[in-house]
Write a protein that binds this ligand. Structure first.
Ligand code: ARG
Length: 456
């Protein structure tokens, strides 16, 4: 019989039983469910509801149930509705009637919210570690080829010269922000709902602060009605995950492009590429394409939960049972994807000659305008003058740097002998000295602050 079956005249329709059951998904909460029940047992004991001996028997029983889950010997029954009823059913089988006292003053509504929050807090810690490792791989990659120049792109068009160090570090910072968002989601999850009852609170003298402290929560929910409904933390977790997925997809797309024969800037290690079943020569960047593709599902999970929550009436509604699947899926996706990206980046081979060869003199056009600015010409005018120079070179079918000084002087009398300096690659890179720029000193500064963040 169901825990709630006493008032029913007919057994539950088997299809409804199947629809209702969440155990296949929420079985992953067994640790958190047992931790929550251990703390609740403590709380009931402190409130004088359980004797010391009863509390001890319940705790022993719960540890036995935990051991069954850990060793894989827990036998699921078809009638087990969810993790909470399964644990309580088994506890009562192992410990006898005293098991029936555990649920005093508690509802599955505050129980599931507590379990889920605990799980997400642990999930945030684990993803934080994975992201940190990926950041560290990016830092190492940046340091290994700090000054290797290649084109920086905007609109996928050659724009200005950058270095591999500068490129790799540009992907460090989004991940740093992702870690910040996960930390915020963890903090939102760290508010204890246990002690909210079904919706209106608990009549027994439960010290909710002590309960929260025991479980690692930083505070307790202020309203029981809000406490059982609030899933903001799950939305925040999904948002942090979705945006992390978006960032991974951006790294992936760039590396896919850079690894094509057309670009040829990088070669992805064979251990991170797959072959084609038909074309023997193919080497496909599948892990990167999957990183790009999986971001779609991560975004879908976020939108799905927001849609479930929209317009939800008061307190707990069974709709809320749909909250776990997207969270578990996001966690599993990132837990696999992030270490794959870490490995792929750590083993990538740079083709520095191809990177260098892709730089063309037109990429110094801004520097040429800046040269005129240094001679006192307003930037807007300098931009137009260099635009004319670019057009002239294009008409003659020669690179911008090959225009003779005479031709340049026909465009502006301010061009002088020293104009050749503009086309010096290293000088152009090192001219961008302001914080965040390509210059060696700016890059060192970036690396220093990144390193200290990772050590913190
Ligand atoms: N399996 C449910 C969930 O995940 C647990 C809470 C059920 N509460 C209830 N009143 N039926 O949301």
């Amino acid at each position: 019989m169901k825990l709630w079956g006493a008032r029913m005249r007919a057994p539950l329709n088997p299809l409804v039983e199947k629809l209702n059951a969440s155990l296949p998904i929420d079985i992953r909460l067994f640790r958190e469910d047992i931790d929550g029940s251990l703390a609740w047992t403590h709380g009931l004991q402190r409130a004088g509801i359980l004797s010391t001996d009863e509390a001890r028997r319940i705790r022993d029983g719960l540890e036995k149930v935990r051991a069954e889950f850990v060793t894989g010997s827990f036998a699921v029954l078809a009638s087990d509705e969810d993790i909470h009823t399964a644990v309580e059913r088994r506890l009562t089988e192992l410990s006898g009637d005293v098991g029936g006292k555990l649920h005093t003053g508690r509802s599955r509504n505050d129980q599931v919210a507590t379990d889920f929050r605990l799980w997400i807090m642990r999930g945030c810690d684990s993803l934080d570690w994975e992201l940190r490792t990926l950041q560290s791989a990016l830092l190492d990659s940046a340091e290994a080829a700090l000054e290797a120049p290649f084109p920086g792109y905007t609109h996928t068009q050659r724009a200005q010269p950058i270095t591999w160090g500068h490129w790799a570090m540009s992907h460090f910072w989004p991940l740093e922000r992702d870690r910040g968002r996960l930390k915020d989601a963890r903090r939102s999850a760290g508010i204890l709902p246990l002690g909210s009852g079904a919706l209106s609170g608990v009549v027994f003298a439960i010290d909710r602060h002590a309960l929260g402290k025991e479980l690692g929560f930083h505070s307790v929910s202020a309203s029981s009605l809000d406490g059982v409904r609030d899933r903001d933390f799950a939305v925040e977790f999904l948002f942090a995950s979705a945006l992390t997925g978006v960032h991974l997809s951006q790294i992936a797309e760039q590396l896919i492009l850079y690894s094509t024969s057309e670009f040829g800037f990088v070669v992805i290690d064979d251990s991170y590429t797959t072959g084609s079943s038909l074309m023997p020569q193919k080497k496909n960047p599948d892990p990167l394409e999957l990183a790009r593709g999986k971001s779609g599902r991560l975004i879908g999970g976020l939108v799905g939960l927001l849609t479930t929550l929209k317009g939800l009436p008061s307190a707990y509604d069974k709709d809320l049972q749909e909250d776990k699947q997207p969270v578990f899926e996001a966690f599993d996706t990132l837990s696999l994807l992030i270490p794959v990206m870490t490995g792929l980046i750590s083993t990538i081979h740079l083709q520095t000659d191809r990177m260098l060869a892709a730089l063309s003199p037109e990429m110094f056009a801004t520097d040429l305008a800046d040269y005129l600015v240094a001679k006192g010409i307003p930037f807007r005018q300098a931009h137009a003058l260099v635009g004319m120079a670019v057009r002239r070179a294009e008409e003659q079918g020669i690179p911008l740097a090959s225009l003779s000084l005479d031709e340049l002087r026909m465009i502006s009398g301010e061009f002088g002998e020293d104009v050749t300096r503009v086309f010096d690659l290293q000088a152009a890179i090192n001219r961008r000295r302001a914080i965040g720029g390509t210059a060696g000193e700016a890059l060192f500064r970036q690396l220093r602050s990144a390193r200290s963040l990772l050590l913190a």
